[in-house]
Design a protein around this ligand. Structure first.
Ligand code: SF4
Ligand code: SF4
Ligand code: SF4
Ligand code: FES
Length: 943
């Protein structure tokens, strides 16, 4: 294995379909119109020296290193900013060019420290390489006089250092921040000799607008911006391409290694989801994988009040299996079940559901998708016929109007947000439907055309009001609907939405959104060209989550916005493999590929292949397992990579259910909250320690590759095999590729997927089979998967969770960029420097009424429970609405949330809780007790 060097073509790819033919150094080449001479030369293998150009950003033309001569033209134009033209003859290497380049280089080096041997970038420095390429052998000018060598380093960012003394002011960092990331955190301050890269006025990187995405570090051709790990460890010596294990964007990375140590994660330009970009989590926050609190030895205990006892793998697995068998013998075969993880690979998830269905002999399997995107599966399945987003991420480049509803992409899906922001800066229109003024509403060079700040819980009313305008103002794409959708159902739906009670004016009183905003947004979406809808958990985590998804699908069908680039309905999936865990049959009623367990032909196929009889009745969902535990009929649970105490609603109910069980087996990296109720702890493995695949939000299946040996001996898939064997259901796999072969054989939408194909193509989007051998970037092109698109009537039924005198405010929850979900990983990295605690956002008016000042401790109370946290006073939330994140277990926002859930899928209603806020003196007693317990767990782990 060696380091993967991706070619830098100097300037971005031109998308023109017209070819231009020219001659470079006597060789003829044809390239797309708009290509730079630099890129054309690079494509034929000729590298023109460059410093300020790189192919992730537009050419700038400042360094004067890339000059060329063009026959018949005067001067020496910069090849990075000069586009190709038909018939031109270019020379890249003449005596005149050599002398100019050497002279320019000499000037750069005369103000640059000559410490190459001890510089962290030694061997990976474009300045060094370019000096060599132009044949610079001596520098005539000394360091006397003014120079920049004494400038101070900025070490404020925990992940990279800015050493201004090495800066050549090429501006690549500034442009990467603008063009790739879209944050505009950097500027070149001063003029001429005083020019300097600056993260804001008198600010360091940490205190500036910088979001630590690292695009500037990647773009920097010198050691000015360097990863701290490179400074600490040295240059990597080999790389392995793998996939980020945080969010559903699915960024591809080169894990650059020294031996088994990760030196840095570099976003892979060939990654089709991220195209060479990343966020702070994927690029920098991987230190949890080797954190000292990881549990590396299996442990057991008879009672949850007993101390843990470290045992061998054999003993732990044997104990778990014998307990499960004992429980089944005593309480019946349905008395145990399991939970798959959306953080684990497809192969691991597949094995867990197989173990439960075939080894446990019941269908009591569920997944954390239950608490996030299960309504997506239901809603899109009903309307379109398949349970996934319709587009690839590239599609956004062709969108003209983008609706973002119930999603906060700059925090939750940052790399996709950067791609979306780029399209918005190019002129696409934006409609944001969200109770909060999220960053995307107003960010540098972007301003939403409409922000509909609805009250939490009124999504269906707003979407039906948008449909009302489209139908009553004659904006329906009738030809499309007649051809592609069920016309009778459309008419039924159209007369429903046209009813006056669904007009923007009628719903204004309970949505809180002025009617003219709704009318304007509806007209823009219906008539503004390609309309794309992106949504998140603000849509699904409601009592009407499934209805909202169907209302979104209705809007897209009514306006003809399904089945081509630039349009579509796209759930922004939360966890890295939440799409995959759903695809792999993690729900109690569905086998892999979303096929009902009750369908004889499907079940018989699995029975035959697995050699067992399968129960045809759907099993228990997570909340039902917990109910049954409290009632005494459910007694054992296998939880792989999931912390239901923290992530599921109504914490008290979850802990009562777990406490009632006789054998809870937790498999995880750390002693998580659920492990407090466990009898067996099986160490988990991080994404760096195993092979497998993840499926991202665009249905893209990508390889996860092992870069280090499992720290606790086994990868998660191997542990499931051990448990299955001990349960008397042996599984034979030597490698996850064999598991994928089985998935492909039994799942029509995966029929064409294999590791061989993934290694060859990089990734593939399902369905991938005989009908679509190269996968399916865009779905429903000629017809919907279910045949005719189905309009569903979406009656708005207000949630039972109402505000009143006792609980007058509505709490809604969300994520922040630097932390990830329950924070088990990110809290164990320097990312906590940006978010040390969960805060309550409260509007100035509500704060004043309660005597709450900025940073004050407040008590947050609902019908379910209470917690304390500190306040941030902001008009990002509307009066009457408060907001918090749920990354820190000492806050436990889910103590507050209720057990209301989506009518179709039981997805909890996290986004609406009636609360009261009042000043408090500090953390509640249970929070202090919790902190003491957590400290104790950390001590055990450290020992
Ligand atoms: S920090 Fe690096 S990329 Fe930015 S201007 Fe200086 S040398 Fe160029
Ligand atoms: S790390 Fe990202 S956000 Fe920060 S300055 Fe660099 S490019 Fe901009
Ligand atoms: S956007 Fe998501 S997948 Fe990409 S690096 Fe960030 S967390 Fe990882
Ligand atoms: S690379 Fe062309 S001017 Fe710098």
């Amino acid at each position: 294995m060696s380091l993967i060097h991706e070619i830098d073509y100097g300037t971005p790819l031109s998308k023109s379909e017209r070819l231009v033919t020219l001659t470079i150094d006597g060789q003829e080449i044809s390239v797309p119109e708009g290509t730079s001479i630099m890129r054309a030369a690079m494509e034929m293998g000729t590298q023109i020296p460059k410093l300020c150009a790189t192919d992730m950003i537009d050419a700038w033309g400042s360094c004067r290193m890339c000059l060329v001569e063009i026959e018949g033209r005067a001067g020496t134009p910069a090849s990075c900013t000069t586009p190709v033209a038909p018939g031109i003859k270019v020379k890249t290497q003449t005596q005149r060019l050599k002398e100019i380049r050497k002279g320019v280089m000499e000037l750069y080096i005369s103000d640059h420290p000559l410490d190459c041997l001890t510089c962290a970038a030694n061997g990976d420095c474009e300045l060094q390489d370019t000096a060599g390429a132009v044949g610079l052998r001596e520098v005539r000018y000394g360091y006397e006089g003014d120079n920049h060598l004494g400038l101070e380093k900025d070490t404020s960012n925990p992940y990279f250092t800015f050493d201004a003394s090495k800066c050549i002011v090429c501006s690549r960092c500034v442009r990467a921040c603008e063009e790739v990331q879209g944050t505009f955190a950097l500027t070149i301050s001063g003029r001429g000799f005083e020019s300097q890269v600056s993260p804001g006025m008198n600010e360091n990187f940490f205190d500036s607008e910088c979001v630590s995405c690292g695009a500037c570090v990647q773009a920097c051709p010198t050691a000015t911006l360097t990863e701290n790990k490179v400074i600490e460890i040295g240059q990597p010596e080999h790389s392995v391409v793998t996939t980020c294990a945080y969010c559903g964007v699915g960024c591809a990375f080169k894990a650059e290694m020294r031996g088994e140590e990760v030196v840095r994660m570099v976003p892979y330009k060939d990654g089709k989801a991220n195209r060479g970009h990343s966020c702070v989590k994927g690029r920098f926050a991987w230190g949890y994988a080797t954190h000292k609190e990881r549990i590396l030895k299996p442990m057991i205990r008879a009672k949850i009040t007993d101390p843990w006892k470290e045992v061998s793998w054999e003993e732990a697995i044997g104990y778990a299996a014998s307990e499960f068998k004992r429980i089944q013998g005593q309480y019946g075969k349905d008395s145990i079940g399991g939970i798959t993880s959306s953080r684990c690979t497809n192969e691991e998830t597949y094995l867990v559901q197989k173990l439960i269905r075939a080894g446990f002999g019941n269908n009591n399997v569920d997944t954390c998708a239950r608490v996030c995107h299960s309504p997506t599966g239901y809603g899109l399945g009903q309307t379109f016929g398949t349970s996934a987003g319709t587009q690839d991420f590239d599609s956004v480049e062709d969108s003209d109007v983008i609706i973002v509803i119930g999603a906060n992409p700059t925090d939750g899906h940052p790399v996709f947000a950067s791609r979306m922001k780029k399209r918005l800066r190019e002129g696409a229109h934006l409609i944001v439907i969200d109770p909060r003024k999220t960053d995307i509403v107003r960010t540098p060079h972007i301003e939403a055309d409409y922000h509909l700040p609805l009250l939490p819980g009124t999504n269906v009313a707003i979407l039906t009001a948008l449909a009302h305008v489209i139908v009553t103002e004659g904006l329906v794409a009738e030809d499309y609907v007649r051809e592609r959708c069920d016309w009778d159902e459309f008419q039924n739906w159209a007369s429903f939405v046209a009813d006056e009670r669904h007009s923007p004016e009628a719903v204004e009183k309970y949505t809180g959104v002025p009617a003219e905003l709704v009318r304007g947004a509806a007209r823009l979406y219906a008539t503004g060209g390609n309309g794309a809808i992106y949504y998140g958990l603000g849509v699904t985590e409601h009592s009407q989550g499934s209805t909202t998804v169907m209302a979104i699908a209705n809007l897209a069908m009514a306006t003809g916005n399904i089945g081509r680039r630039g349009v579509g309905v796209n759930p922004l999936r939360g966890q890295n493999n939440v799409q995959g865990s759903c695809d792999m049959g993690s729900f109690p009623h569905e086998l892999p590929g979303y096929r009902h367990i009750g369908t004889d032909s499907v079940r018989n196929m699995f029975e035959e292949f697995w050699g067992v009889h399968l129960d045809k009745e759907p099993g228990l969902r997570i909340p039902n397992m917990l109910d049954a535990a409290v009632e005494g009929t459910f007694r054992g649970l296998y939880v792989q990579g999931e912390d239901i105490v923290q992530s599921d609603p109504d914490t008290k109910h979850v802990t009562s259910g777990l406490s009632a069980m006789e054998c809870v087996v937790v498999q995880d990296l750390f002693l998580n909250e659920t492990a407090n109720y466990a009898h067996v702890f099986l160490p988990g493995s991080s994404f760096l320690e195993k092979d497998g695949t993840f499926t991202n939000a665009e249905r893209r299946i990508q390889r996860v590759r092992k870069v280090m040996s499992p720290k606790a001996v086994y990868a998660d898939w191997e542990v499931t095999i051990l448990l299955a064997e001990a349960m008397g259901f042996p599984m034979q796999y030597d490698h996850p590729s064999q598991i994928m072969d089985e998935i492909a054989r039994l799942t029509p939408s995966f029929a064409g997927v294999s590791y061989e194909k993934l290694d060859q193509d990089g990734s593939v989007q399902w369905p991938c089979n005989d009908k679509a051998p190269e996968g399916t970037p865009i779905m429903h092109i000629d017809h919907f998967v279910r045949g005719k698109g189905r309009f569903m009537v979406t009656e708005y039924i207000p949630t039972d969770e109402r505000t009143g005198a006792r609980f007058p405010l509505l709490l809604t929850t969300g994520r922040i960029l630097s932390q990830y979900n329950v924070g088990a990983q990110t809290r164990r990295t320097e990312n906590s420097m940006w978010h040390e605690e969960d805060r309550l956002e409260i509007h100035p008016h509500d704060a004043e009424q309660r005597g709450v000042r900025e940073h004050d401790w407040v008590r947050l109370e609902s019908r379910s429970g209470s917690t304390s946290l500190r306040a941030t006073i902001t008009d990002r939330v509307a009066p009457g609405v408060v907001y918090t994140t749920f990354h820190h277990p000492s806050t436990q926002a889910n103590v507050i949330t209720t057990d209301y859930s989506d009518w179709a899928t039981n997805c909890p209603e996290y986004k609406v809780t009636a609360v009261q806020v009042m000043p408090s003196n500090g953390p509640s007693q249970w929070q202090e007790e919790y902190e003491a317990m957590a400290r104790n767990s950390r001590r055990i782990a450290a020992e």
